[in-house]
Design a protein around this ligand. Structure first.
Ligand code: GLU
Length: 552
């Protein structure tokens, strides 16, 4: 029986040939130097920060070169796929403003001429290439059971030999086609394996964009190409897809580096042009308990999930800026020299990536975020807060809508100045920092009044009463307003100036700072707020009276 006959026995319904697919997916007509990248997640319903970094770069380089960015869904390991996993990924990318040029848009829709972009819909394509390899004597059906493979592994371990299906361990490699055909007809379960032409003692040289030149032994493993469920294994799908989608640059995690010899071999025997590869280092963190560096973990770290930032209301731009700082060692310097410039104007360089991985520091990200929000206009903060609360805090959203101008003015307090106030690191911080500005929330959310130096409630009431009767004037400018606080202080036996009090503490009950603190706490219950004058100005007479009346 010839190899061709065997191939026909295994794939009788596959009529297309690799040449047909070359025509269906022709070379892309792009400008010289245009880069085609892809993000190729499994639909596990979760995008990891490490993948987001890869994705950002995979989006940025086509942007820099008039290229194409593809979203390909790798769902060939169906056990790992979750329901609506694709939508989850698409939502994460949307939330981060990462647009795709081609690829999956949802579980059922996609865009682009090089699809299908969901691997489980590409079964026929993989089968075509598997068939062609069988025809050429470069692949074969393997009937070994999981138990047999395990048995071989144990023997290899015991004898301290390389683990895997190769050489004399590859039991099905040298079966005759007759025997293969007989077993297939008999209904024995099988998978398709590569008949590796590699020699382990020989070397292959490979140039990684991040790591430079790497020398590997040639692959001699008869790796699985098609599993028992008829779907391909990662290696095979990667090579077929990245060829047919005409990917020029494969950006992926360093966990794939050790498989490169398999991929080089597959590209070679299939006659495919080799794309460029960049294996990106892991994103790590310092473990809180052990103090040791470890991989940022899906399971242990809330900040590993891209959705965390969206849920917290950490601005997308801040996350991107931070990721770029860990992505390229010269980015931070560039940003300092070009404050406020869009990160898209920065030219990404693989050589400035750390091969050993990058350290993720949530504190630093939060800091970048705080600075970022502080530089926005009040209107921008308002718009973003609206977007955030619409999804996560409907009650607060309604208040922001109802009191639009008031809210914008509130966000404007201490904003338009050289060193703007940095209260908010995320949009979810706004409510805890500003609830007292809204009557609807004040009674509900106020706890204890945080009185400071002056705690005696009778004294407090006396101060507030006199203030309202004699010293409060809605029209006052800030200076006059403060002068009047000083007058009030003096009338009640407090020093007009802190310095006077310090020089002669026995002479006074306290000083003007203690008096203004009483006013601040009375307005907000809090001892720390933005500029009190501006808050009171925003409140207006009626609300001020109401707030003071509540002190009993
Ligand atoms: N599905 C693979 C992963 O999630 C993709 C690797 C690649 O980009 O080729 O690791």
């Amino acid at each position: 029986m010839t190899d061709k006959e065997l191939a026909n026995l295994i794939y009788p319904n596959i009529t297309k040939t690799p040449e047909d697919y070359e025509k269906i997916y022709p070379k892309r007509d792009l400008k010289e130097g245009a880069v085609v990248t892809r993000f190729a997640p499994s639909p596990t319903g979760f995008v990891h920060m490490g993948s987001l970094l890869t994705t950002l770069i995979a989006r940025k380089i086509p942007d820099e070169t008039n290229g194409v960015f593809i979203l390909r869904i790798e769902d060939t390991d169906q056990k790992r796929s979750v329901e609506n996993g694709i939508t989850g990924i698409v939502d994460d990318l949307n939330n981060f403003d990462i647009k795709i040029d081609e690829g999956a848009l949802s579980e059922t829709e996609e865009i682009g001429k090089y699809g299908p972009y969901i691997q489980s819909n590409r079964k026929e394509i993989y089968e075509c290439y598997a068939k062609s390899l069988i025809e050429r004597g470069l692949a074969y059906p393997c009937f070994c059971s999981a138990e047999e493979i395990e048995e071989t592994r144990k023997i290899q371990e015991l004898n301290k030999e390389r683990i895997g299906y190769y050489g004399s361990f590859a039991k099905c490699r040298d079966l005759s086609n007759e025997e293969r055909a007989e077993r297939i007809k008999r209904g024995d379960p099988y998978i398709i394996r590569l008949k590796s032409p590699g020699v382990y003692e020989k070397k292959v040289v490979f140039n990684d964009l991040v790591r430079g030149k790497i020398v590997f032994p040639e692959n001699d493993l008869d790796v699985v190409l098609i599993k028992s469920d008829g779907l391909p294994i990662y290696h095979f799908a990667h090579v077929v897809d990245d060829h047919l989608m005409r990917t020029t640059h494969v950006l992926r995690g360093e966990e794939w580096l050790s498989s490169v010899p398999i991929h080089l071999q597959l590209f070679d025997i299939l006659g495919f042009e080799l794309p460029k590869f960049a294996h990106l280092g892991l994103v790590m963190k310092i473990d809180e308990e052990t103090g040791q560096k470890r991989k940022l973990s899906k399971r242990k770290d809330k900040e590993a999930a891209v959705s965390y930032y969206h849920e917290q209301g950490i601005p997308v731009e801040a996350v991107k800026l931070y990721l770029m700082t860990i992505g390229n060692s010269n980015f931070e310097e560039w940003l300092n020299q070009n404050p406020g410039r869009d990160y898209n104007e920065f030219k990404f360089d693989f050589k400035k990536m750390s091969a050993s991985g990058s350290l993720f520091d949530l504190e630093k990200l939060i800091n970048i975020s705080r600075n970022y929000i502080s530089r926005l206009t009040a209107q921008e903060v308002y718009d973003n807060a609206l977007k955030y609360t619409e999804e996560f805090d409907k009650e607060f959203y309604d208040l922001l809508i109802k009191y639009k101008d008031y809210s914008i003015n509130m966000f404007n307090i201490e904003r338009n100045q050289k060193k703007p106030r940095k209260d908010y690191a995320k949009y979810s911080d706004i409510r805890p920092y500003t609830w007292y500005m809204f009557d609807e929330l004040f009674d509900k959310e106020k706890g204890e009044y945080d009185w400071q130096e002056i705690k005696d409630i009778e004294e407090i009431k006396k101060i507030l009463k006199l203030y309202l009767e004699k010293y409060y004037n809605e029209e006052d400018d800030e200076q006059t307003w403060f002068e009047r606080l000083k007058d009030l202080s003096e009338e009640l036996g407090y020093a007009r100036e802190v310095k006077d009090y310090k020089e002669n503490p026995d002479k006074y009950k306290g000083h003007v700072g203690d008096i203004s603190m009483v006013l601040r706490v009375a307005m907000s219950t809090k001892s720390q707020t933005p500029n009190l004058y501006q808050i009171m100005k925003l409140f207006g007479k009626k609300r001020i009276r109401e707030r003071l009346k509540k002190i009993k």
